[in-house]
Design a binder for this molecule. Structure first.
Ligand SMILES: Cc1cc2nc3c(=O)[nH]c(=O)nc-3n(C[C@H](O)[C@H](O)[C@H](O)COP(=O)(O)OP(=O)(O)OC[C@H]3O[C@@H](n4cnc5c(N)ncnc54)[C@H](O)[C@@H]3O)c2cc1C
Length: 363
């Protein structure tokens, strides 16, 4: 069995630790902070796989694999760890707008997905109103309903993955920063973490934004930029949904995620770094998201924002997200990073690709 060191205990590193330890590898997971303390802790956990406009190639393959794996993973992890993983099984309602010149893309997507075995429903305005009467904007043309997508609590998932990996023998260490490496030609032979040496056969870099300085130490700097996202939790006097149907609602990049008890996560902004590389949350962009949400669903105006947060998404520069596969110049260093806006969605397929590279089999 190989000795695998994984750097980064967000959803991607944790998923990889879980899958590899399940396959019998000797895994050490090093997280400098707490599980999910990076981008993962800020995510809304919306899984836009089938509803994505990606229909071919790597982008679709990763999404389909991930959605498929989530169907087995959640019951498996809950049974293994006994930990609750809050998730939304009602699917995603993607709104369509009368002034969208590209609305015909949804009919095309519905045809392609039907052939791929993932049915989508196209609702007109009346059907949308019958399913989601809380949505009242005059701009609404209807919706696309994807029952197979969903949403999952990213921190609860990450905690369960840590516990699951530990169950299979992984050594999962929080408060453990990786500071350096020992290398022999094209191989990384050991990792230095908190001043201690960990010998490795494989090194997995799942450190999100922390991957750039680590790759620089390995003389193969990979540029990953921070893209800030603000999101917030709203509490309403009563829930907005009618009956038991409470899907994630998504329109023009605004997501409404029902949490139960009249609470919703709403987000998220997309804020790029300034010319100096810094990125500071802009309150006016958060307000814009809030007003967009109210325009779609006027009853939200009765709610109160009870919590606001922001996080930094790791976006690869000059390469499409995510970065999965060998670090150039090395035979045993694998990247599992740069997941930008879809790390929760794509973590399962990423972990499968890494497992395949190390064990030669799909998990
Ligand atoms: C507001 C917001 C909303 C989002 N919503 C969604 C969504 O709905 N759906 C979705 O799929 N994605 C969403 N995302 C994106 C998602 O959060 C990321 O793509 C995902 O969390 C990336 O996971 P990761 O494990 O690669 O990175 P991270 O979660 O950042 O984990 C990397 C970890 O590595 C650790 N680390 C770094 N350097 C070192 C080192 N030297 N030694 C040890 N540890 C180190 C860090 O402490 C960190 O915990 C959202 C992001 C934001 C900000």
């Amino acid at each position: 069995m190989s000795r695998v060191v994984i750097v980064g205990g967000g959803v991607v590193g944790a998923m990889t630790a879980y899958e590899l330890s399940r396959l019998g590898q000797t895994v050490t997971l090093c997280e400098q902070d707490a599980p999910g303390a990076g981008s993962t802790g800020a995510a809304l956990g919306v899984l836009m796989g089938i509803i994505s406009q990606k229909t071919t190639g790597r982008g679709w393959r990763l999404r389909e694999q991930s959605i498929r794996r989530y169907q087995t993973l959640l019951p498996e992890l809950t049974a293994l760890t006994g930990q609750a993983i809050p998730h939304n099984p009602h699917g995603i309602v993607m709104l369509r707008f009368i002034d969208d010149p590209r609305d015909d893309r949804w009919q095309r997507l519905q045809r392609v997905r039907a052939k791929q075995g993932w049915p989508l429903a196209l609702w007109d305005r009346e059907e949308l109103r019958s399913h989601c009467p809380q949505l009242e904007s005059d701009r609404l043309l209807g919706a696309v309903y994807s029952p197979q997508d969903g949403q999952i609590d990213p921190l609860a998932l990450t905690a369960a993955l840590w516990a699951g990996a530990q169950h299979y023998g992984a050594d999962c260490r929080s408060g453990t920063a990786v500071e350096g490496f020992s290398c022999d030609q094209q191989r990384c032979t050991a990792v230095v973490a908190n001043g201690k040496t960990l010998v490795c056969d494989w090194l997995i870099l799942a450190a999100g934004l922390g991957s750039t300085p680590l790759t620089a130490q390995l003389q193969q700097s990979i540029a990953i930029q921070p893209v800030l996202g603000q999101a917030f939790r709203v509490k309403l006097p009563q829930p907005l949904n009618f009956g038991d149907f409470a899907p994630v609602i998504s329109g023009e990049d605004v997501h409404l995620v029902p949490l139960g008890n009249g609470e919703y996560w709403i987000g998220a902004t997309v804020e790029f770094p300034n010319d100096q590389g810094g990125v500071v949350a802009d309150p006016s962009l958060k307000e814009q998201v809030w007003q967009q949400a109210i325009a779609l669903c006027p009853a939200l105006a009765q709610g109160e924002i009870v919590e606001t947060w922001s996080g930094l998404r790791p976006r690869p520069q000059g390469q499409p997200a995510p970065l999965i596969g060998p670090l150039p110049g090395y035979t045993n260093v694998l990247l599992a990073t740069g997941h930008y806006r879809n790390g929760v969605l794509l973590a399962p397929a990423t972990a499968q690709a890494i497992s395949e590279a190390i064990c030669g089999i799909m998990t």
